[in-house]
Design a protein around this ligand. Structure first.
Ligand SMILES: [Zn+2]
Length: 436
């Protein structure tokens, strides 16, 4: 394969490692100083840890700094972590706050420019360019996904259609009428859209011009990606980020699709042991900890993302980028289910369910407690009407494969097409834990 990656900024995306690390160290020192001088919480924490900004002399010194947790953002709600006067802030987002106080993120003009650039790089990595029409069903209110993609497409000079979620049949029509060439949505909604299109007699692979997809914001497996690519005849990209890190645009896979490149000139990443916080070696799985290197309004030091991944051992990638890669996120540490003492990741279940050709990409994982034992039920929708015999056979096969993979013996129930609920552009509720 020729080394023909779509790089927006090749001079930095494929810079020698020493150069990237030199930029990182410079920016890390500035960030620590900025946080120390302008955010009381950081000054207090660093004093307690007996460290001052001048002590940061190498990238490894980041390990001497205390972590920042999501709870810190909640406690400092709304503007306790601001490092600039509010008059410098141009945009504010907040999480929905379903579990307690919301968290707020704020952006100065410089932050918005950085974010747009990172998202432009992210979209360009998939080959999006001027002349493309990016159709977005992402949410624009509160959630950072909608505007992140919007700013990135504008920076790139591509056309963006800010359609938002819902109105699925109308989307199908507009995607066709407007000549959309790329789609961004939450992953499960790309399936829902394709399914609705097929019901309307529109084959997304044949009757639309969409050939590129950018997905993120919820856990999705490699099998889900294969399904989406096939339905749309597209190449799809996994965009990683979270509002605390601007939003989407921290990392993305390149056209080789072997891990996600972190935009290291803006983010310093570590993977640490979830229990001890100690740094792990490449290929060792742990929690991703990120220090943004250019955050102006709200600097964060060693932000504990709670996402589980590992850093890939190989430094360089066939795409020519020299920036480190992380593995696709295995799940959030809080998504992990503990079933009779065994750790189970919903994504592992998804991988196995979707690798069977007779399954639709809709399933539910239900955990209940009966007689002080946890019981796991996986409800799976069939891709077409099956006889009772075929259902039993599929359930048996899935049960066997799941038992081997997750070391928990599940009950598998196969239901007819259309029986499980569809999300209308929001995140799908796939795990129902009834244990309270
Ligand atoms: Zn690459």
């Amino acid at each position: 394969m020729p080394v023909k990656p779509y790089m927006l900024q090749p001079s930095i995306e494929s810079a020698p490692r020493e150069e990237i690390e030199k930029i990182q160290l410079e920016r890390l020192r500035l960030t620590v100083k900025h946080a120390y001088e302008n955010v009381p919480l950081y000054r207090k924490r660093m004093k307690e840890a007996g460290i001052s900004p001048e002590d940061i002399k190498s990238l490894e010194d980041v390990r001497r700094l205390p972590f920042t947790f999501k709870d810190d953002l909640r406690r400092e709600y709304p503007f306790g972590l601001l490092a600039v006067p509010l008059s410098e802030v141009l945009e504010v987002h907040a999480s929905s706050g379903t579990t307690g106080r919301p968290t707020v993120v704020a952006y100065t003009r410089r932050d918005l420019e950085n974010w747009a650039e990172l998202m432009a790089r992210t979209l360009a990595a998939g080959g999006l360019a001027r002349g493309d029409v990016l159709y977005s069903t992402l949410n624009y209110h509160w959630f950072t996904g909608g505007l992140g993609f919007h700013y990135g497409a504008m920076r790139l000079g591509a056309t963006i259609v800010p359609a938002g979620p819902g109105y699925t049949r109308r989307h199908v029509q507009m995607i066709r009428d407007l000549g959309a060439t790329a789609l961004t949505s939450v992953p499960n909604y790309a399936i829902r859209l394709a399914e609705t299109a097929l019901e309307m007699g529109v084959d997304p692979a044949r009757d639309t011009g969409v050939r590129l997809g950018f997905f993120g914001a919820e856990m999705w497996s490699e099998e889900m990606r294969r399904r989406i690519n096939k339905l749309w005849d597209m190449d799809s990209y996994d965009v990683y980020g979270m509002s605390e890190l601007y939003g989407p645009g921290t990392a993305v896979d390149c056209h080789i699709h072997d891990g996600l490149h972190v935009w290291e000139d803006h983010y310093l990443v570590e993977v640490v042991d979830p229990k001890t916080g100690e740094p792990l070696e490449p290929e060792e799985e742990g929690v991703l900890v990120v220090t943004p290197l250019t955050h102006d309004a709200m600097p964060l030091i060693r932000y504990w993302t709670n996402d589980l991944t590992f850093i890939l051992d190989a430094r360089s990638c066939d795409c020519g980028r020299t920036m480190k890669r992380i593995a696709r996120i295995k799940g959030r540490a809080d998504d992990m289910l503990i079933i009779n003492g065994v750790n189970v990741f919903p994504q592992t279940i998804e991988m196995i369910v979707l690798s069977e050709p007779l399954t639709a990409p809709y399933y539910q994982i239900i955990v209940e407690r009966e007689d002080s034992m946890d019981k796991l039920t996986v409800v799976v929708e069939a891709s077409k009407r099956l006889s009772d015999e075929e259902k039993r056979e599929l359930a048996r096969r899935l049960q066997e494969r799941l038992r081997e993979a997750i070391i928990v013996n599940p009950r598998v129930v196969i239901v007819d097409p259309g029986e499980l609920p569809r999300g209308e552009g929001g995140k799908a509720k796939r795990v129902i834990d009834k244990r309270g």
